[in-house]
Design a protein around this ligand. Structure first.
Ligand SMILES: C[S@@+](CC[C@H](N)C(=O)[O-])C[C@H]1O[C@@H](n2cnc3c(N)ncnc32)[C@H](O)[C@@H]1O
Length: 281
């Protein structure tokens, strides 16, 4: 079993390497459309107010940071934190007057204590090696009256958009390490009881977890999805060490399994998230 520091180092290397590069390459064309409306639900629940100070954890390319910045206005401020230098460089191109972007590990970043009204994240909090310690650090940043609102994926079983292509492709690709259910990663916050335990142990109160179920847009057509397959996420790791013939077979398998899901609005498969809200006190 890997130690917490090995897991943390692995995540930092991934998001500063292939993970960050892949996310950036696919963001404008695909990811933005796939997760935009779910993020909007999170932002509406977070309800940033003029004059507030907010943090966007794992802010990526900074779109949600920009939305928070618009809402808090020039009397407020937003801090976007991300472990990926690549993605923070992209986020800085928003050139926001009332936001600052820093490269940092939100688990240990020295936030100004008791300073923030709101901590928000869209899919940026599932990658901590020690989530209780990370959320303790995040909670310290909040005022006593502060609040937390984030979006995270539920279990892999509830997210066929993520698992269906991977499952179809993997038999043709070199064996991949299987992350444990509590290892950092995309689906690490799937289990409601685990999320509640992490946040309670970190000192949060009044936890609310609301399921959000949506069809996730994956591309304009099967051919479009297949063309983008392996650019980021678990398949990128598997494709990286595979022979071209094996990749072709894997892509064929993905095309077959996605074909029934193609419609006039493109390829859409079910996705399932938590909207998680909590109070600092
Ligand atoms: C799935 S992406 C989401 C990005 C962004 N929130 C969005 O919705 O577009 C996850 C993000 O979390 C960041 N991340 C992962 N571990 C982190 C950590 N320990 N501290 C800060 N950011 C982290 C990654 O670099 C990546 O940008």
């Amino acid at each position: 079993m890997k130690t917490k520091s090995e897991l943390a180092a692995e995540q930092a290397a991934y998001w500063n390497g292939p993970g960050g590069d892949g996310w950036l390459a696919a963001y404008d064309q695909r990811i933005k459309r796939a997760i935009g409306d779910i993020g909007d639900i999170g932002l509406a629940a977070a309800a940033p107010q003029p004059g507030e100070r907010a943090v966007d954890i794992g802010c990526g390319t900074g779109d949600t940071t920009a939305a928070l910045a618009r809402a808090v206005g020039l009397t407020g401020h937003v801090l976007g934190v991300d472990i990926s230098g690549t993605l923070i460089d992209a986020a800085r191109s928003h050139r926001l007057e009332n936001a600052t972007f820093v490269v940092g590990d939100a688990a240990t970043h020295p936030f100004q204590a008791g300073h923030y009204d709101l901590v928000f994240s869209r899919f940026g909090v599932m990658f901590f090696a020690d989530p209780v310690a990370a959320f303790r650090n995040i909670r310290r940043a909040l005022k006593l009256s502060g609040r937390l609102a984030f979006i995270a994926w539920r279990t892999p079983q509830e997210n066929p958009w993520g698992t269906t292509p991977t499952r179809a492709a993997l038999p043709f690709l070199p064996p991949q390490p299987r992350p444990g259910p509590e290892d950092p990663g995309q689906f690490a916050f799937g289990d409601r009881a685990r999320v509640e335990r992490i946040l309670s142990e970190a000192g949060f109160h009044k936890l609310r977890l609301e399921p959000i179920d949506r069809l996730i847009w994956m591309g304009d057509s099967v051919a479009d999805v297949v063309a983008g397959a392996g650019r980021f996420g678990p398949l990128a790791r598997a494709f990286a060490n595979a022979e071209p013939a094996a990749i072709d077979k894997a892509k064929q398998a993905i095309a077959e399994v996605l074909a029934p899901h193609e419609g006039p609005d493109g390829v859409r498969l079910p996705g399932a998230c938590w909207l998680v809200e909590a109070n600092a006190n």
